[in-house]
Design a protein around this ligand. Structure first.
Ligand code: AMP
Length: 113
């Protein structure tokens, strides 16, 4: 989708700090980090949200989870702990309609809610 921000990052048309790449996924630093480590893991193929992704390709969903953990290992936060968040839809505050996993860590993140 040419008007999708994360599709444009995947295509290399919008700059991003890429930390990991696999044939079907890309991980890059969030432009407005909420923690010392804040990386987004996205599928290269466009899916609007988690509902669309899981309906279409559970293997790809698993690859994204695997890569989120691999990012945490590479960032040195796997032992101290990290959080993986997928905002889906308006109540969750999803702002970019291309499914993405937030990998957050590097400080105590506090309880959810
Ligand atoms: P969400 O609110 O869950 O849809 O998350 C979207 C995330 O994308 C936010 O944390 C933004 O800071 C991040 N973001 C927006 N534009 C860019 C960009 N050009 N490069 C990296 N991250 C971005």
């Amino acid at each position: 989708m040419s008007d999708c921000l994360f599709c444009r990052i995947v295509a290399g048309d919008v700059p991003a700090t890429v930390v990991r790449e696999s044939p079907r996924t890309l991980a890059f630093r969030d432009i407005a980090p909420q923690a010392p480590t804040h990386v987004l893991v996205v599928p290269k193929e466009h899916y609007d949200d988690l509902a669309a992704l899981t309906a279409a390709d559970l293997d790809l969903a698993a690859e994204l989870v695997r890569d989120a953990h691999r990012v945490a290992v590479a960032e040195g936060i796997a032992s101290s702990g990290y959080r993986v968040v997928v905002n889906t839809g308006p109540d969750a505050g999803q702002t970019v309609p291309h499914v993405h996993l937030h990998v957050l860590g590097g400080r105590a993140l506090g309880r959810l809610g």
